[in-house]
Design a protein around this ligand. Structure first.
Ligand code: ATP
Ligand code: MG
Length: 554
């Protein structure tokens, strides 16, 4: 793809790293990480972060780690972890080291004890409602908890008892002792540990005490020697806390947190929690439903890794939130498939044509190129005989003006084949057109007809050889550009996001195709063989994207 060979556009993070290297910061090393929480499947927003972290590391001869941020045991699972690994690899990236925040539970506990010992953390008995009240607001300072001045000895003893399971969930929390009057609410004595009896998919029941994200994240980064900790803008206000923990604890290194704008994509949702609601509520068939903006869904829809990487490159990295049009993503896959997908013919809503002047038993095998601009993609053989199928839409009994397809008494070219002329319309008792009678001009195979111009070209398949298929036409999952502008984003779901067509007919050469294979169905769109439901004897195709942007003028 030409767009991937061009030099990447620059961004502020690249500038910053270049500058760091110039100053020999971090001994000239660049170590990034991608830190997903295994509580769902990765989505296209994560792809932006993955591409950024892995390409920055690669560009500067550094390394990028994968770290599972697994500190919320109730929502996390091995299934999610495995899907994340699969999707990163499929996108084309290889991590250097793989870690889990849970690997550091012991170390994190020791650091917490250290904070208590230095008088920088205390055990609080306020419940969550009281903590909210004490926290204050953007305009009002918070109030100090009555427990804030508990002695170090008591704090240590309580923390140890919490770890031993002596208290029920929620009885106590460990908080950092920072500043209840800070203008930054994140600095108003944030929670470090909570008691939670939950089975962890890796550490089992070893812990009834789990560390909070802000505490875990910076320490995990520091323990791994991450140099540039890239995260999304909503963590900007957490940066002082990130630095506070690392300064207090004197960790082996002090990574730099750098924030960039998260991807917001129109007509979809990029939040694992909300995507989980779609899955759990059966609004889609699963995390890999082709309408989902998940990597798994996009893969199943027919997106290529190259197209997603190209998309991430095109949208760039900035420090300002903005909305990206769905057309930007769709253009990436459209351009890729236009360039690389072999062509095939498929008739989604068939209409039979009998060519009266074609010999009854004759079958011609036509050699057709797989891609008009790419001879290297080879040719295939397609049969032609007396009875063929065309698209119902490619015939009109009362044609609109400028209609170039087939009409009664008119001629049209069958792609890669002959010119035919419609001589008669056959209808059933209710007046529905069930068949067309035609004649063909046998001098028009690969040649212009003599003495007249035939403008229209339509696709077709040979009835006798064509294969049955189901075709799933997907459209946008939401009918609003920003589904979250609705009180309940589910109200913005597009009720017509899936149209399933059965009784479709595809050309015989597709019999040997494999799940995941991608095609341009001539004049119809880009399609991919469904990797879950398609069977050799009952093919199922997913529409990846239309040939052109049909949303533009709506
Ligand atoms: P979600 O709300 O979808 O679960 P998250 O940020 O909580 O998103 P994580 O698994 O914690 O999901 O994220 C892993 C990494 O991916 C983080 O560094 C996060 O900043 C980044 N990320 C998540 N969503 C986006 C997005 N829309 N655009 C860019 N980066 C994102
Ligand atoms: Mg998260």
């Amino acid at each position: 793809m030409s767009s991937t060979t061009k030099k990447p556009s620059s961004n502020f993070i690249r500038h910053l790293i270049t500058n760091d290297l110039r100053n020999n910061k971090n001994d000239g090393k660049v170590i990034t990480r991608f830190p997903p929480e295994p509580n769902g499947y990765l989505h296209v927003g994560h792809a932006k972060s993955i591409c950024l972290n892995f390409t920055m590391a690669a560009e500067f001869n550094g390394q990028c780690n994968l770290r599972f941020d697994d500190t919320n045991p109730e929502k996390e699972s091995v299934e999610f972890m495995e899907s994340i690994e699969r999707d990163i690899q499929w996108l084309g990236f290889t991590w250097t080291e793989k870690h889990h925040s849970s690997d550091y539970f012991e170390q994190l506990y020791i650091y917490a004890v250290q904070l208590i010992t230095s008088g920088d953390a205390y055990i609080d008995s306020l419940d969550s409602e009281q903590i909210r009240q004490y926290r204050g607001s953007l305009t009002e300072p918070g109030k100090e908890s009555p427990d804030r001045n508990r002695s170090i000895e008591d704090n240590l003893a309580l923390f140890s008892a919490m770890k031993n399971g002596d208290y029920p969930d929620g009885e106590y929390i460990l908080r950092a002792k920072i500043d209840m009057a800070s203008p930054n609410i994140n600095m108003r004595d944030p929670a470090i540990y909570r008691i939670k009896r939950a089975h962890h998919f890796r550490t089992g029941d070893a812990w009834c005490l789990y560390p909070m994200y802000d505490f875990t994240h910076c320490i995990s980064d520091a323990l791994e020697g991450i140099t540039h900790s890239l995260c999304t803008l909503e963590f900007e206000d957490h940066r002082p806390l990130y630095d506070w923990f690392l300064d207090k604890l004197q960790t082996p290194s002090h990574p730099q947190q750098i924030e960039f704008a998260r991807l917001q994509l129109e007509y979809t949702i990029v939040s694992k929690r909300k995507l989980a609601q779609l899955v759990d509520g059966n609004f889609v068939s699963g995390w890999d439903d082709p309408r989902m903006p998940t990597i798994a869904g996009m893969r199943r829809a027919g997106y290529t890794p190259e197209s997603i990487r190209d998309f991430c490159e095109r949208i760039g990295i900035t420090k300002k939130d903005s909305w990206i049009e769905m057309a930007v993503l769709e253009n990436c896959i459209r351009e890729d498939l236009n360039e690389n997908a072999p062509r095939a013919m498929a008739v989604l809503k068939p209409l039979r044509i009998v060519i009266d002047n074609y010999p009854d038993e004759q079958v011609e095998i036509l050699e057709v190129s797989n891609h008009p601009q790419k001879p290297e993609l080879g040719t295939r053989k397609i049969p032609f005989s007396k009875t063929i199928l065309i698209e119902q839409d490619d015939f009109a009994e009362t044609p609109p003006s400028k209609y170039k397809r087939l009409v009664e008494g008119g001629e049209v070219r069958l792609r890669s084949s002959y010119v035919i002329k419609c001589t008669e319309i056959i209808k059933d008792e209710s007046g529905n057109i069930i068949e067309l009678r035609c004649n063909y001009d046998q001098d028009t195979l690969g040649k212009k007809p003599e003495g007249r111009k035939v403008k229209g070209v339509i696709h077709w398949v040979c009835e006798q050889h064509a294969i049955d298929a189901e075709v799933r036409l997907y459209d946008r999952l939401f009918k609003l550009a920003n589904p979250e502008s609705e009180e309940d984003f589910l109200d913005a779901l597009n009720p017509d996001s899936l149209e399933t067509l059965t009784g479709c007919k595809v050309e015989a050469s597709l019999a040997v195709s494999q799940p995941g294979d991608r095609f341009q169905f001539e004049r119809t769109g880009y399609f991919c063989i469904d990797s879950i439901n398609s069977k050799p004897e009952a093919l199922v195709f997913n529409r990846t994207v239309t040939l052109r942007d049909t949303w533009q003028n709506q």
